[in-house]
Design a protein around this ligand. Structure first.
Ligand code: NZQ
Ligand code: ZN
Length: 380
């Protein structure tokens, strides 16, 4: 197993009713004014907004509200919110929502100290400073509540790009799984598929870190079983809780320890798809791309996929395990191919061009243009 350094500075408050700790957490570092960032309004319908306002008000914390973050969040919104944060001289950012809201909040927290926030995404400037970030998670999927990543789309360039900085880890994140009962089942599934994909991005890279792979087996099986339960009963709190914590562990560093940083080809490919089709949810896109990627590579290297087939799907042959994976996704009414996602074949060349803008695609198996083309055709 390779040498590694692990440090995750985010404090987690997990469980029903834990949003009440938010105000004290801000007060403890002497914050008196913050910017609350939110999406399209789901938090007004499920009681989260009221809980956040109550805990802030009861700790004498003033706030400005920045609404309207969309799924697959965009740079223009980040810029508007940076202007608002500067105008109101806020001392912290509070993100209330799913990954899109949290990622936007991270870009604002760092962007306030940059002349142009996009330069952090193009690597022209380094993130040197960021406002303290607090999150109230309402959709378990991305792990953004406990990692240092943010993914934002530049609409004109059709470029969905990621930043990472140790300064972008939330200081505190609150995960109350009960507030996720208001999610439509398809959003729960999008989250589950994204979390599974995060584990899979690491999983096939190396066989040595047996302990990490054991955790990853358990996480995948748990995510599948809990999603099945939530299909029957969206208010199953134990299933919500186990799914939520699994999704956090899937991308907070734990699932990748010793796995050389992972592969990430499927994420690169999916990001190009949702850059061209912003209505495609990240998790649903991955539910199409990942089984296809495994199918494509398992033909060449079946042994690499043997452990996953057996430990996650109880199958000795990878092609049968992929079939089971796809059947599961289909049983959750999620897309099975690019056509189901609404992708037009005339747009495939553009998507391929966008993917090929990256300096390299994948890690343990580096994809050339011909591989990307073959994979997208297989996924179509
Ligand atoms: O906008 P609101 O009204 O909040 O509604 C949202 C949104 O429409 C809704 N929702 C969230 N919580 C809800 C709820 N509806 C009812 N009840 C609740 N409790 O769900 C919809 C989707 O939300 P979104 O935040 O877009 O979903 P998700 O958390 O899956 O985030 C996806 C974004 O994160 C990026 C993706 O690329 C995508 O842009 N990623 C971020 C990563 C990271 N920061 O580490 C890694 C990932 O691989 C991923 O790339
Ligand atoms: Zn993802």
């Amino acid at each position: 197993m390779d040498a590694f350094t692990f440090h995750n500075p985010t404090r987690i408050h997990f469980g029903a009713g834990m949003i009440r700790f938010l105000g004290k957490e801000l007060k403890d570092i002497s914050i008196s004014r913050c910017l609350m960032i939110a999406g399209g309004g789901s938090i007004k319908h499920n009681g989260v907004y009221d809980q956040v306002c109550q805990t802030l008000a009861s700790h004498d914390i003033k706030w400005t509200e920045g609404w309207g973050v969309v799924p697959n969040p965009i740079l223009d919104k980040v810029r508007d919110l940076i202007t608002l944060a500067r105008q109101d001289k806020v001392e912290a950012i509070v993100a209330v929502g799913g990954g899109s809201v949290i990622d936007t909040a991270k870009a604002v927290a760092a962007g306030i100290f940059l002349d142009d926030v996009w330069t952090a995404f193009t690597r022209k400037e380094q993130i040197q400073q960021a406002l303290p970030l607090f999150t109230v998670l309402t959709l378990s999927a991305t792990g953004s509540e406990m990692n240092g990543n943010a993914v934002i789309t530049h609409q004109e360039l059709r470029h969905k790009s990621a930043i990472y900085s140790p300064l972008l880890y939330p200081r505190v994140s609150i995960i109350d799984p009960t507030v996720q009962s208001s999610l439509p089942f398809h959003q729960t599934v999008n989250g589950a598929l994204d979390a599974i994909a995060h584990i899979l991005e690491y999983y096939f890279v190396d066989e040595q870190p047996v302990v990490t792979l054991g955790i990853d087996d358990a996480l995948q099986r748990t995510i599948v079983a809990m999603t099945d339960r939530l299909k029957i009963d969206p208010a199953d709190v134990n299933a919500r809780s186990n799914l939520a914590w699994s999704a956090t562990l899937a991308l907070n560093g734990i699932s990748g320890i010793g796995l050389k940083g992972g592969d990430w080809a499927c994420h690169q490919i999916e990001h190009a798809i949702s850059a061209v089709y912003p209505k495609v949810a990240h998790g649903e896109g991955l539910g199409v791309i990942f089984p296809t990627w495994i199918e494509y590579l398992a033909e060449r290297e079946p042994a690499r996929f043997a452990r996953w087939s057996l430990n996650v799907w109880g199958e000795s042959r990878p092609e049968v395990a992929v079939k089971r994976f796809r059947e599961k996704i289909c049983s959750w009414d999620s897309a099975g191919c690019l056509r189901d996602l609404g992708v037009k074949d005339k747009d495939l060349p553009l998507i391929i061009d966008l993917i090929m803008q990256s300096s390299s695609i994948g890690a343990f198996s580096k994809f050339r243009r011909s591989d990307v083309e073959a994979l997208l055709l297989l996924a179509y």
